[in-house]
Design a protein around this ligand. Structure first.
Ligand SMILES: [Zn+2]
Length: 263
């Protein structure tokens, strides 16, 4: 089982090495900006690396929204990131489930997701598998609670859509971690990546503040259980830099594998 971390994009392979990570996730562009990702000079090295690579799409992307001025650029930015992620051999492009605004019909949000995949399909589909991630907050979110996730998958299920399960977001979003993998897989049929994070905030709080495993409000053995049940690669998106994340990786690896990195 691959275990890694969300790292600074400047030299992801060096960041992986200091954490004994055999997977990394990073941004290809400013996560709060709309700029298309520039080509990377280390593309060949990243493609050839033993480390599995995942790309997190910018936070500004919201393909569900009814606001054209956000939705249309969101689609384009997502397609651009999928292209750029493919250039470096990424295994998946993680994007948040998005939301509609208060008082708006969430059914339109689900249909906007379907249209996003239809739009990409016109040009041969996303160049990198898109993994929709569950989110922690909001009352009109497309992938916070499983009832919404089921409606989302009704809308996009005809396309090849992946899923990334974040343990902090599930806890803060109000979904019990016990048996969560079974309940998610009953909807999506798959979990492609786990974001293994503790939560600083209470169950159902809707807050999105990650913590190191065992330092927040989630029983770390529950995070281990979710990760083991999913059988997917794991990325920690936790604080503390190389030391904090390295300790989280070591904790998971000790419980989930024979203790040795794969790479
Ligand atoms: Zn996450």
């Amino acid at each position: 089982m691959r275990i890694g971390a969300h790292v600074d994009p400047a030299d992801p392979l060096a960041e992986a090495a200091v954490r004994s990570a055999d997977a990394v996730q990073f941004f290809l562009a400013d996560p709060k900006g709309w700029k298309a990702p520039p080509p990377r000079e280390d593309a060949d090295r990243l493609r050839a690396a033993d480390v599995e690579i995942y790309i997190h799409a910018p936070y500004v992307i919201n393909v569900a929204t009814l606001n054209n001025r956000i939705r249309i650029p969101s689609r384009k930015l997502l397609v651009g990131h999928a292209d750029a992620a493919a250039q470096i051999g990424a295994r998946g492009l993680i994007v948040h489930g998005g939301h509609v605004n208060a008082g708006q019909d969430i059914a339109t949000g689900f249909d906007n997701w379907r249209k996003t995949f239809a739009y990409a399909a016109e040009s041969g589909g996303f160049a990198t598998p898109v993994l929709i991630e569950n989110t922690a907050g909001g009352e009109n979110a497309c992938a916070r609670r499983l009832d919404a996730l089921a409606r989302l998958w009704d809308a996009v299920g005809e396309y090849d859509v992946g899923f990334c399960l974040d343990t902090c977001h599930a806890h803060a979003g109000g979904e019990e971690l016990l048996d969560l993998v079974d309940r998610v897989k009953a909807i999506t049929g798959r979990i492609d990546l786990i974001h293994a994070n503790d939560s600083r905030d209470a169950f159902g709080s809707g807050a999105d503040r990650h913590d190191n495993l065992g330092q927040g409000q989630i029983d770390p053995e529950l995070v281990v259980a979710v990760t083991r049940a999913a059988g997917a690669p794991v990325i920690v998106e936790t604080p503390g830099g190389a030391a904090g994340q390295g300790a989280d990786i070591a904790f998971l690896r000790e419980r989930l594998t024979d203790g040795k990195p794969r790479g």
